[in-house]
Write a protein that binds this ligand. Sequence first.
Ligand SMILES: [Cu+2]
Length: 70
Amino acid sequence: MSTSDARTYVVEGMTCGHCRLSVTEEVAAVSGVEAVDADITTGRLTVRGEDIDDTAVREAVAEAGYRLAA
Ligand SMILES: [Cu+2]
């Protein structure tokens, strides 16, 4: 059985398509992640996958140069 689900985060500091691409690429590399969508207008980051680790997502966003809103 798949335990795939979707989680939503808010990323601070994304202002353009390059920001969006950087965050998307880093988060897509997190274990278990199947799909990532980032909206630069709202900062909303939607991550779909199995057993997603919030800490790993946070670290991936930081790796891209941004941070999650508290
Ligand atoms: Cu940018």
